[in-house]
Design a protein around this ligand. Structure first.
Ligand code: ATP
Ligand code: MG
Length: 398
């Protein structure tokens, strides 16, 4: 038995009225880009999408589709002619596959789009269901709460059967809601924040600040690997790596130690805003979560936010750490994030950062220095990498 096509059901986006075709086109592009298989054709219809496999393996496709945002669920489909014996045979092998050697309950759900077909849905359910029940042990019918549903769709050109519905990632297709800049550290939170935004349809450009020689190439590679994982959720990610050493050293010379963290974050925000302007992004996203660390109090966020009018989105603001860690595990960033390579902030973290910094004070400390040329220089020297790149170099480095 070979799957011929995959039926994809849209989630929320099927409710989005006139924007629907924008969403479906975006999803189609994301899927094509992710699958990278010329044999597979994608056809977007109003309320569902079909992938024509043309010989490609469903198992490979399944792994990737499960992560694509905007997909509610999907089902592999077998195609037969209208010959009843052929339909029965396909139904039986689908059921056996769905049972996977274990007892199960099922029901048959038939749709007859071709009204010329001699049997009606009731008779078809009976014919196919009866055949499958006779040929299988440990299978029962349960019309209310079946373990799985065997769907049979009779169309004029062919019959389509399916027994499996795989849940998708939900949300909206990446890129359908515009673009934002993600401040991506090597930590646990910011990759999760990026994922949450992508799931809402936001295209991400990531900005990472690194401070060689205080931070190693491995810390940088870790961030590249994290950004690469994010691309599996449906969009390309451009990663901007900003050299930050000079600025951090300057801050440490200029600003009293308990305010260095606040000031550092403010300069990061200014640089991120410059990159945002250049890339046409509409907002800045961070992994901040209220109360998690010294820099994440409301006073601190106010002092940091003071440098820009750009919306700063904090999707994790009210999420507990344990929940963030669970999402990180689920999306595959956790194990990369916990690798021990320090980022620029860990290394320069003061012993006692101000948890309730005052905006006027940090403005005053910064007023002794013109940061603009330093910011210009950092933006000019930024390295930009387009992801996905498919091999991880992390393995070589470890
Ligand atoms: P994370 O787990 O994301 O590293 P954190 O708990 O370490 O967050 P902070 O160090 O206060 O918290 O950082 C808050 C946010 O600032 C991060 O979530 C990230 O969005 C941004 N950020 C911190 N360091 C960097 C960096 N080196 N490059 C880019 N963004 C950063
Ligand atoms: Mg961090």
């Amino acid at each position: 038995m070979k799957y011929d096509r995959v039926l994809i059901r849209y989630g929320e986006m099927s409710t989005k009225g006139r924007n629907r075709s924008k969403f479906t086109n975006k999803m189609k592009t994301n899927i094509k880009r992710l699958l990278k298989d010329d044999r597979i054709q994608v056809e977007a219809q109003r309320d569902r999408m079909f992938l024509y496999l043309n010989g490609a393996s469903f198992d490979d496709v399944k792994e990737k589709l499960m992560h694509v945002s905007g997909i509610q669920s999907f089902s592999p489909v077998v195609k037969t002619t209208q010959d009843l014996d052929e339909m029965k045979e396909a139904a039986l092998s689908l059921v056996e596959k769905a049972m996977n050697g274990k007892p199960a309950s099922f029901k048959v759900n038939t749709r007859r789009a071709d009204k010329q077909f001699p049997l009606d849905t009731h008779e078809l359910n009976h014919e196919i269901g009866g055949h499958v029940l006779r040929e299988t042990n440990d299978l029962t019918v349960d019309v209310r709460h079946p373990d799985f549903i065997l769907t049979v769709e009779v169309r004029a050109e062919a019959v389509y059967l399916s027994s499996e519905t795989i849940p998708g990632a939900g949300g909206m297709p990446a890129g359908a809601a515009g673009k934002a800049i993600l401040l991506l550290s090597g930590g646990l939170d910011s990759p999760v924040a990026g994922y949450m935004m992508m799931k809402r349809g936001v295209e991400i450009e990531a900005v990472h600040f690194f401070s060689p020689p205080y931070t190693s190439d491995r810390a940088k590679q870790k961030v590249i690997d994290l950004a690469n994982v994010l691309t599996t959720y449906g969009g390309n990610v451009r990663l901007h790596i900003v050299p930050f050493t000079h600025i951090q050293e300057t801050i440490h010379k200029q600003v009293p130690e308990n305010y260095t963290m606040t000031s550092t974050r403010r300069i990061m925000m200014r640089i991120a805003d410059r990159i945002r302007e250049q890339t046409g992004a509409l907002a800045i996203v961070t992994g901040e979560s209220l109360g998690q660390v010294a820099s994440q109090t409301m006073e601190s966020m106010a002092a940091i936010n003071d440098v820009t009018n750009t919306p700063v989105l904090r999707p994790l603001i009210a999420t507990d750490k344990l929940d963030i860690m669970n999402i990180a595990r689920k999306i595959g960033t956790h194990d990369i994030s916990i690798l021990p390579f320090e980022d620029c902030c860990t290394i320069f973290t003061p012993a006692a950062p101000k948890t309730k910094p005052k905006t006027e004070k940090v403005q005053f400390f910064e007023s002794f220095l013109d940061f603009d040329p330093l910011i210009d220089e950092a933006v000019r020297s930024t390295e930009t990498i387009l992801l996905p790149n498919n091999e991880s170099e992390m393995d070589d480095l470890l």
